[in-house]
Write a protein that binds this ligand. Structure first.
Ligand code: OGA
Ligand code: MN
Length: 340
């Protein structure tokens, strides 16, 4: 994986040229020339005005990093409800016979703490499945209704020098820099997304051998439904166009599977360039990173903390509230990819 770093992207529009409907409640310090900001706000008073302003900031920056918010689980969830309809983990907990360690089904337990409170060990099934998160993705691209905004809150962090950062990619700028010919070629592509594709790829060695634990029908993308979404979409909040590509992408509708997979891999590699990416270092419990899955990608970075230290991060996930939320899936469908 290419290391992400902050670089001056000469062809990229400067973030300062992008419009922002500034309000009085949130302050921004850009992180990267084209997206992302460190932001400050007072979370002791959570109001719809504050949430509206954060949404305006997200329309421009795509990713906002708030330090030491002081939020706990209850206020994290309470604030998230003000962003829109929340996704919940209940189908996964009951569908897979798992136990939820956390007090709310609105909290996705994306760190490495097992339900019994121990640190997840490399090679366990939970670790194998979480490896998908090491690849650039958009949350819930594989479900009938995709995710809009995600809010990830740190509860306990490993020592800073042992890794566990989160990286982001700017898929609006990446789209804008494609040649006109390429834009024309891909403009109507429809992508079939599966979480299982990402999980399998994350557990395939460099010789192409799949970990036998995932070589079952349960993990076969072709044996389950896909989340079907257009590759090229208008990002309504900013009026810019987004390249909606993620590690969940399995194939392109109407194209040979192999050919489509080659194209999708090429697009993911194209987005994964330093000029479109930056890295967030988590510093303290209470750090909150909020992103819009409909205009940026994210991934976690492996670290030597694994198996030794807790990295307890909890995410709320707001369903996409926009007109393209359901993509080409049946509106109102309740199935979840992999459990169908
Ligand atoms: C997520 C996710 C990345 C990380 O919460 O959706 O992918 O760094 N997290 O844990
Ligand atoms: Mn994610």
């Amino acid at each position: 994986m290419a290391p992400a770093q902050v670089m001056t992207a000469t062809e990229a529009p400067s973030i300062t040229t992008l419009p922002l409907v500034a309000g009085p409640l949130v302050e921004y310090r850009p992180i990267h020339p084209t997206f992302g900001a460190e932001a400050t706000a007072d979370f002791s008073s959570i109001t719809s005005e504050l949430v509206d302003e954060i949404k305006q900031g997200l329309a421009k920056y795509g990713v906002l990093v708030f330090r030491k918010t002081g939020l706990d689980d209850a206020r994290h969830v309470e604030m998230s409800h003000l962003f829109g309809d929340l996704d919940d983990i209940a189908p996964f907990v009951s569908g897979l016979g798992q136990k939820n360690r956390l007090t709310s089904d609105y909290l996705f337990d994306v760190g490495n703490v097992n339900p019994d409170g121990t640190v997840m060990q490399p090679g366990t099934m939970r670790d194998l499945l979480l490896r998908c998160n090491y690849h650039f993705h958009a949350d819930s691209a594989f479900n009938p209704r995709r995710a809009g905004i995600s809010l990830l809150l740190a509860h306990e962090l490993p020592p800073a020098e042992l890794g566990g950062d989160t990286e982001f990619a700017d898929t609006r700028s990446a789209y804008e820099h494609l040649s006109e010919g390429r834009k024309e070629q891909i403009k109507d592509w429809v992508v079939m997304n599966s979480q299982l594709q990402c999980r399998r790829n994350a557990n395939t060695d460099k010789n192409g051998a799949l970990n036998p634990l995932l070589d079952t029908d349960e993990f076969d993308p072709m044996k389950h439904r896909f989340g079907i979404h257009r590759l090229v979409q208008l990002h309504e909040p900013s009026g810019r166009t987004n390249l909606y590509i993620a590690a969940h992408a399995h194939h392109v509708e109407g194209m040979g599977i192999e050919e489509g997979q080659k194209e999708l891999k090429g697009l993911l590699e194209y987005v994964d360039q330093p000029k479109y990416t930056f890295r967030v270092k988590w510093r303290d419990p209470g750090d909150l990173v909020v992103w819009d899955n409909t205009c940026v990608l994210h991934r976690s970075v492996p670290g030597s903390y694994a198996g030794k230290y807790k990295r307890d991060l909890r995410r709320t996930t707001v369903h996409d509230m926009g007109p393209q939320a359901w993509g080409l899936n049946e509106v109102g469908a309740t199935w979840r990819n992999g459990l169908d």
